[in-house]
Design a protein around this ligand. Structure first.
Ligand SMILES: [Mg+2]
Length: 214
């Protein structure tokens, strides 16, 4: 049986699809953020992923590994995206590459490890916990599921379940009181609205899922 692996092109295609997705969902994400934040989440991500697209087209295929690619994505987001989500997503993508330096392809286990590193980076940078109504409410239940799941032989299916857990986590933020970010000042009034970062988190990870399901 062939081992499932993901090469540099897989990451490049997924990230290209993320940029397209953000353009498509820009107004929706901005609407979510205008309910409880400052209404710029979709706009910020769109500015960031346009920069990512520019960098990707300059990217030298022959010289770089997956870690360099992810670093480039993270740096572009870090440099261009305003608000809280820029540093968080920037750290996420930069840390995704931390343990795969020099690799042109990774196994599913390694890919899960990359996401785990990214989530750890979001947690340490944002200092949020599950229940604070942030992107961590989507990421954490998702990655915890993958870490505990024995997915050998059904990796892609397990990744689909990871996305479902993330989606459920994003949905769970509707009933939460915000403890971080701009929504914090709203207190109880933040209840009834979904956290925009939790929504964009699962949508971005879903781009990996769609690419691996092809
Ligand atoms: Mg905002």
């Amino acid at each position: 049986m062939d081992t499932l692996t993901f090469n540099r092109d897989f990451f490049k295609r997924s990230i290209t699809n993320m940029a397209e997705l953000i353009e498509k969902e820009r107004n929706y994400l901005t609407k979510l953020d205008s309910d409880i934040g400052d209404g710029d989440h979709g706009i910020n991500l769109s500015i960031g992923f346009r920069e990512v697209s520019n960098k990707l087209s300059e990217f030298d295929e022959s010289a770089a590994d997956i870690a360099s690619l992810m670093k480039k994505v993270g740096m572009a987001l870090l440099g261009k995206v305003g608000g809280a989500s820029g540093p968080l997503y920037g750290s996420f993508f930069m840390k995704m590459g931390a343990n795969v330096a020099g690799k042109d392809e990774v196994t599913f286990d390694e890919f899960v490890g990359m996401i785990e590193n990214g989530v750890d980076a979001v947690q340490s940078r944002g200092k949020a916990e599950v229940g604070d109504k942030t992107m961590l409410d989507a990421f954490k239940p998702g990655i915890d599921f993958l870490k505990e799941e024995d997915y050998t032989g059904k990796e892609i299916e397990a990744f689909g379940q990871f996305i479902e857990k993330m989606k459920e986590g994003a949905e769970s933020t509707v009933s939460l009181v915000a403890k971080k970010g701009r929504a914090l000042r709203l207190g109880e009034r933040s209840v009834g609205h979904k956290d925009p970062g939790s929504e964009s988190s699962w949508m971005l990870m879903n781009a990996f899922y769609e690419e691996m399901s092809k």
